[in-house]
Design a protein around this ligand. Structure first.
Ligand SMILES: [Zn+2]
Length: 245
């Protein structure tokens, strides 16, 4: 691992334009549960019943009581961990430009990254279903469910629900970031779910080097990644940043 850490530090130092693709694995150490997989939220909640746009439109109070309130409370409390902070340090040193994330916790921005593309929107903000005004989630009072906008409309997370499309701007910008980068860090995601799955492929096709940081091998490992640094995001990124000093 030590050799790979040094190699990643050298590759980052030499790269002209670096992008990162992040997923649930980077936020687990901040207490954000993953949606998919073992221990994921979808083991406890049927997403079609609680995370589909039709369910939200039909009965917003029910969706708030079961899923959204819990997620809001988790995200409101969550703090960036070493993985997020390490990526913020890379941006501060001009070694990372754009983060494309599948996460909805807003922790990359909280850590200090300024160019974050959120594929699935965010639970860190709520928006009015009527007038679309946005409210910072942690400032939204939920003593009454569902919470409401000044205009009387119901608030919903500014996130993408099942049955909704990924924002076109996020799609376009992430594709562009993948084309433009010459190094991509893939952190805490196996990138098997579309549209995130195409991002490392586009980067690779356009000549970028792909460094994967994951606790285990993924479908990317043999096909796409130049190399895998096996471990938890926080520890690995910390060690890479330290090796760059
Ligand atoms: Zn409103």
């Amino acid at each position: 691992m030590k050799e790979l850490i040094r190699r990643a530090a050298e590759d980052l130092a030499a790269a002209g334009n670096v992008a990162a693709l992040t997923g649930a694995g980077i936020s687990i150490e901040s207490g954000i549960p993953p949606f998919r997989g073992k221990g994921g939220l979808w083991e406890r909640f049927d997403p079609m019943e609680f995370a589909h746009i039709d369910a939200l439109m039909r009965d917003p109070a029910k969706v708030w009581k079961v899923l959204v309130r819990e997620m809001k409370e988790i995200v409101d409390r969550a703090k960036p961990n070493d993985g997020h902070k390490g990526l913020a340090k890379l941006e501060a040193r001009d070694r990372l430009k754009t983060i494309i994330t599948q996460n909805i916790d807003g922790l990359h921005q909280a850590a200090g990254n300024t160019d974050v593309i959120e594929y699935h929107g965010t639970f860190a903000w709520q928006r009015c279903m009527d007038c679309h005004k946005k409210y910072e989630s942690r400032k939204v009072d939920i003593s009454e469910i569902p919470p409401r906008c000044d205009c009387g409309g119901i608030l919903r997370p500014d996130a993408v629900f099942f049955g909704e499309t990924i924002p076109a701007k996020a799609m376009w910008r992430s594709r562009q970031a993948a084309v433009d980068c010459d190094l991509m860090l893939v952190v805490g995601t196996s990138a098997v779910v579309q549209p995130a799955a195409m991002i490392p492929v586009i980067a690779k096709d356009n000549g970028a080097k792909i460094i994967e940081i994951n606790p285990e091998r993924t479908p990317l490992t043999d096909e796409i990644s130049d190399y895998l640094i096996m471990g938890e995001a926080g520890e690995v990124i910390n060690r890479i940043v330290a090796a760059m000093d």
